[in-house]
Design a protein around this ligand. Structure first.
Ligand code: B12
Length: 323
């Protein structure tokens, strides 16, 4: 059985992004735009890309475009990054446009989930796409992250696939899919990516790029915060040499975790401790004592009160003024 592992529980100190030794290709300098064709690569003097980004949006070199942020960040670490934007997904050919990536594929559906991008809440196809030149529709597939990952695998079988962006992030565990009205399994299983980086993946992707560049096998990279990957429970590499038990990971039985239980009443955020105690039929002795000891004269006492008590005091004062 496949076990889904979330390593985000592991405590790890964040390594400063500027502390890595730059990859040797830093000598090529900063490109005006990340190349999108062989001709553009040649202009930069590159024979290959270290990382090829595949995205469902047009390439806009602006910080509100996740793929541009990630691409420029990796470039600043010294890697040669190319972009394949909105490829024709019907065959693997367009995915070979920049050649075989030396280190890995970096795949994203784009700035939005491809299903949100393509359909309205009424499940009708959208007439336009804000992230495509001329706002033209139909330039990306449904479930783009899965389709692109499959095509990357077909194009160059042995290159690791690192998936990221909002579609991958929000679909990293079993989730309800509005369009098919079904609970879908993790996208990691369907995309068959080697690693999924969720959320703002900046730190994770920099660490992973340097580790892959140092020839660490992607299967061994199982300790980076904010990543998800699939391991088989009978995977030998996941076991201790000594007793054969699971090596540093465990399976969470979600049948009880997800069981619907008693719904707790919503807590009034403005409730004071005294009001809370009164609601339970008691009084807050500590509060009363503190108030008497520290503030025999009303007004001065406010400095010692908690913010909830201060708000409650103001409410009472306003009510008194209105009356
Ligand atoms: C700003 C914004 C807008 C602006 C966009 C302005 C602009 N021109 O860019 C406006 C107000 C126009 C807008 C509109 C809409 N938005 Co909006 N928007 C946002 C917001 C707040 C920030 C997006 C952003 O710029 N992020 C900065 C970039 C750099 O971050 P990022 O894309 O997430 O990228 C990071 C990671 O994802 C990751 N990453 C990205 N790519 C890759 C690739 C790889 C390989 C890896 C490893 C990692 C990786 O690393 C990146 C850097 O940290 C997000 C919420 C949020 N806080 O993220 C919602 C959000 C993206 N919007 C959303 C929605 C639904 C919409 C609308 C459809 C709303 C509507 N009903 O009309 C429209 C669609 C617009 C359109 N026509 O396409 C949803 C998308 C939900 C989803 N599952 O896809 C979000 C997530 C809000 C939400 N929680 O519901 N939006």
């Amino acid at each position: 059985m496949n076990a889904f592992v979330d390593v985000s529980f592991f405590p790890r100190a964040a390594k400063p992004l500027t502390s890595y030794r730059k990859y040797w290709a830093a000598r090529f300098g900063t490109s005006r735009f990340l190349p999108m064709s062989r001709a553009e690569m040649e202009q930069l003097g590159w024979d290959s890309c270290d990382i090829v980004l595949v995205t469902g949006d047009a390439y806009v070199d602006h910080p509100s475009f996740g793929m541009a942020v990630i691409g420029r960040l990796l470039e600043a670490q010294g890697f040669r990054v190319g972009i394949i934007a909105q490829p024709d997904w019907h065959s693997a050919e367009p995915f070979k446009a920049l050649g075989k990536p030396n280190l890995f594929w970096a795949v994203t559906a784009g700035n939005m989930d491809s299903m949100i991008n393509r359909y309205t809440a009424d499940r009708k196809i959208r007439s336009d796409d804000a992230y495509t030149p001329g706002a033209e529709g139909n330039r990306r597939p449904d479930h783009a992250a899965i389709v692109y990952s499959q095509r990357c695998r077909e194009a160059f079988k042995d290159v690791p696939i690192v998936l990221g962006g909002i579609e991958g992030s929000l679909r990293r565990i079993a989730h309800y899919d509005y369009w098919s009205d079904k609970v879908r399994r993790s996208i990691v299983v369907d995309a068959k990516c080697d690693l999924l980086l969720y959320g703002n993946a900046d730190r994770a992707i920099v660490e992973i790029a340097h580790r892959l560049a140092a020839r660490e096998p992607v299967q061994k990279i199982t300790d980076v915060r904010g990543t998800a990957f699939v391991r088989r429970s009978d995977d030998e590499s996941a076991k201790w040499e000594g007793d054969g038990s699971a090596h540093g990971w465990f399976e969470i039985d979600s049948t009880s975790v997800d069981e619907p239980g008693r719904v707790e009443a919503h807590v009034n955020p403005y409730q004071t401790t005294s009001e809370q105690a009164a609601g339970q039929g008691g009084s807050c002795a500590q509060d009363e004592h503190r108030r008497k000891a520290q503030a025999p004269h009303g007004g001065v006492a406010l400095q010692m009160l908690s913010i909830q008590e201060l708000l409650a005091h103001n409410r009472r004062a306003q009510t008194a003024n209105l009356a």
